[in-house]
Design a protein around this ligand. Structure first.
Ligand code: PLP
Length: 390
C-alpha cells in the first residue's frame, strides 16, 4: 500500500537538499566535521565556520538585517518560550531602570500551545496576560489588538498563520499597533515560512519563531529571530553560546540542515503556494458537497487571507480520532488539528475561540500539503474520505 502523507503542518519529510547538506556531518570518526563550534582548535573552528555560514544564510532568507539577529534553538517551542519570557523580562528590567512598571502581555486565543502556555508561566513571574479578540476565522484585527492593549503593555505575540485552520494575520499592521503603543511584537511564523511571503525586516517585527522540521528540515532545530537591541533576558543560561542569548553546545549538523531547509523553503515559496492553493481550493470545493462535512472557515477560491497548505473541516457525528484511524488503515495520514493535541479528546482551543460548537469541533480533521504532495494523493484522500464518512 502506497503511503500518502497529508499532514505536513505537523511535520515534513526531509528535503533532498537538506539531506545533502547534512550528509558530511553524519559520518563516523575524526575526519568528519563533528567539532564543538566553541573549541579553539581547528576541528572547533571548522564547526564554527559551518555554524556562522548557516546563520548568515538563515538571516538572508528570513529578511534579518544581520546574521547575529539569528539565534539557533531546539525548535519553535523553545523559540516561542524564549521570546515570550525573555522579552517580557527584558522589558520589565528596561522599564525598572527608568523607574517605570511594565507588566502586561497580550496574545491571541488561537496561538499554538507553545505560546499560549507561556501565559501561565508569565503570570507566575508577576505579569498580567490579556487576549485580543478574534473574528470567526481566528483573525485578530489591528483594532481588537489596540483594544486589548494597556498603558503598561510590554509585549504582544500574535502568530502569522494559524496551524489548525490556516488563517493569515496582518502581521505588519499588528506590529505597527504594538509599536505605536510602546510594546514589542513577537510573531510565531512556523506555519508562514515557505507558505506565504514572509520577511521579518519588511514586516517590522522585533522577534519571530521558526521551526526547521515544518519546512523539510530536521526535528529539534529552530530559530529565534531577535532584532538588534531588543530587550531580552536569556531563557537558557549556561556556557554563553549564541552570544549569551541561548546557552548550550550548538547542534551544528541540525543547524546546517535547518539553514538549507529554510533557504529552500523561501526560494520555492511562490511556486509552492501557487500549486498548493489550487489543491486547497479544489479540495474545499469537493468537501463542501459532502453532507456530513462542515468547513470551519470560509475560504474563497484563490483566497490569500488563508494559507495555501491547510484545509480544515469538521465531520458531523464522527470524532477526529475515528476519521484519522480509518484513513490510516487505508494508508493515508492526516490529523485532527494540531499534532501536539492529537492525542486529546478535548476540542481544540482554536475552534473554541472561533465559536465552533463543541460537538462539531470534536470532528475536526486537517489536511496539509507539502513539497512531496501530488494531486493524485488528494484524489486518493478524497475517495477514502468519502468511504469512511458515508
Ligand atoms: N508554533 C506553531 C504554529 C506550530 O505549528 C508548531 C508545531 O506544531 C510549533 C510552534 C512548535 O514547533 P516545534 O515542533 O519546532 O517545537
Amino acid at each position: 500500500m502506497e503511503r500518502i502523507y497529508l499532514d505536513n503542518a505537523a511535520t515534513t519529510p526531509l528535503s533532498a537538499c537538506v539531506v545533502e547538506a547534512m550528509r558530511p556531518y553524519m559520518q563516523a570518526g575524526v575526519e568528519a566535521p563533528f567539532g564543538n563550534a566553541n573549541s579553539v582548535h581547528s576541528v572547533g573552528r571548522e564547526a564554527f565556520s559551518a555554524l556562522e555560514d548557516a546563520r548568515a544564510r538563515t538571516a538572508r532568507a528570513i529578511g534579518a538585517s544581520r546574521p547575529d539577529e539569528v539565534v539557533f534553538t531546539s525548535g519553535a517551542t523553545e523559540a516561542d518560550n524564549a521570546a515570550l519570557l525573555g522579552m517580557a523580562l527584558g522589558q520589565r528590567e528596561r522599564l525598572r531602570l527608568k523607574g517605570r512598571a511594565g507588566g502586561h502581555v497580550v496574545m491571541s486565543r488561537v496561538e499554538h500551545d507553545a505560546v499560549l502556555h507561556c501565559a501561565s508561566a508569565l503570570k507566575r513571574l508577576g505579569f498580567e496576560v490579556s487576549f485580543a479578540d478574534n473574528d470567526s476565522s481566528g483573525r485578530v484585527s489591528p483594532e481588537s489588538l489596540a483594544a486589548a492593549m494597556r498603558e503598561d503593555t510590554v509585549l504582544v505575540s500574535v502568530m502569522a498563520v494559524n496551524n489548525e485552520v490556516g488563517t493569515v494575520m496582518d502581521t505588519a499592521s499588528l506590529a505597527r499597533v504594538a509599536h505605536e503603543r510602546g510594546a514589542l511584537f513577537h510573531v510565531d511564523a512556523v506555519q508562514a515560512l515557505g507558505k506565504i511571503a514572509f520577511d521579518v525586516g519588511a514586516l517590522g517585527v522585533d522577534a519571530a519563531s521558526f521551526s526547521a522540521h515544518k519546512v523539510g528540515g530536521p526535528k529539534g532545530v529552530g530559530v529565534l529571530y531577535l532584532k538588534t537591541r531588543t530587550p531580552f533576558e536569556p531563557f537558557l543560561v549556561g556556557g554563553g553560546q549564541e552570544r549569551g542569548l541561548r546557552s548550550g553546545t550548538q547542534n551544528v549538523a541540525g543547524i546546517v540542515g535547518c539553514a538549507a531547509a529554510i533557504e529552500h523553503a523561501v526560494r520555492e515559496q511562490a511556486a509552492f503556494a501557487d500549486r498548493a492553493r489550487c489543491w486547497r481550493d479544489g479540495l474545499y470545493e469537493r468537501l463542501r458537497v459532502i453532507p456530513s462535512v462542515h468547513p470551519v472557515v470560509d475560504v474563497a477560491c484563490g483566497d490569500e487571507s488563508f494559507a495555501p497548505h491547510i484545509v480544515s473541516v469538521c465531520v458531523r457525528g464522527m470524532e477526529s480520532q475515528t476519521t484519522i484511524l480509518q484513513l490510516d488503515m487505508r494508508g493515508i495520514c492526516i490529523s485532527g488539528g494540531s499534532a501536539c493535541s492529537s492525542g486529546s479528546l478535548e476540542p481544540s482551543h482554536v475552534l473554541s475561540a472561533l465559536g465552533v460548537a463543541r460537538n462539531l469541533a470534536q470532528g475536526l480533521v486537517r489536511v496539509s500539503f507539502g513539497e512531496y504532495t501530488e494531486q493524485a494523493h488528494i484524489d486518493a484522500f478524497l475517495s477514502a474520505f468519502e468511504e469512511v464518512t458515508a
